[in-house]
Design a protein around this ligand. Sequence first.
Ligand code: DAH
Length: 346
Amino acid sequence: MSNVPAGVAALVGRNLHKQPLHPLNIVSRRIQNHFRDFKVFDDLAPQVSVAQCFDQLNVPQDHISRKPSDTFYLDALHVLRTHTSAHQNQLLMQGHERFLVFGDCYRRDQIDATHYPVFHQVEGVKTWRKGQVTDETVIEDLKQNLEGLTKSLFQNRELEIRWVDAYFPFTHPSLEMEVRFRDDWLELLGCGVIQKNILANCGREGENGWAFGIGLERIAMTLFSIPDIRLFWSQDPRFINQFASGEVIQFQPYSKFPPCPKDISFWIPELYNSNDFYALVRDIAGDLVENVELVDEFTHPKTNRQSHCYRIIYRSMDRSLLNSEVNDLQEKVRQDVVGTLGVELR
Ligand code: DAH
């Protein structure tokens, strides 16, 4: 029943956000400094129930995020949390009124420079007692807090910020914040007014409050100019030592080794999800895979069978790969994709 590969299970407990002078820790501390009177939870276990991760947050039964193609299930009733929102309910139930939850989160996803099966988030929550504030005041306070946080993180008072309407099942209204960074609008966080039924279910009937969720990697990659999300997991001193000052510095890439692209084409069976292929490649190649892209899709005009062609880019961040090594990985991918996903190679 579990779909957690050994490679992902091995990362549970690394707690990068708690490692002193790790860039994710530097970002976490800056966020904590901004919310000084908030209680900080940074060691809640990532193994949570389906109820915590989805049900208690109003996530619809048929929502894509619940599917085993997108989420790591430990068993039928437990998952590796897909977001730190999974702890909202328990902490509200305990009576907390202002808190931050930092933690590692897990999702089955594509493979590229900004996606990795493990990433980190902070969840923030602030509530008011019954009758103290209207939704409008809550939104005002939310925006003010998050704009202040963003400007302090980016150390820029002139930073251009815009708010975009969004949808999350656990907040209404819901918003996303985007900032203008190097000529692009960058989506930084999701937030909103906590749904009243969630507060009521937690014994907080009639109260009001806001919640937000921020991905820490996105912020750290932007602030420190870190080009690849795999680097956060690197134990190479050439990476980790650059952050010894605890300040926001510009990361100096120490090497760029040659990429080794390999294509693979196969006929896909009816029940097929690309995430299963990405997980398989990640499991075989670990951090030696940099990118997997669906480069061609084709439907046979007569048989109606569908074919996918993927380009896998193998590249290590700290050494040159041998041809034979890459060929072995690719051969293993070709074998396993037939053995476990039931595809037919072309
Ligand atoms: N949990 C959301 C995610 O992982 C992020 C989020 C959005 C958290 C809105 C919130 C919120 O608390 O109000 O994508």
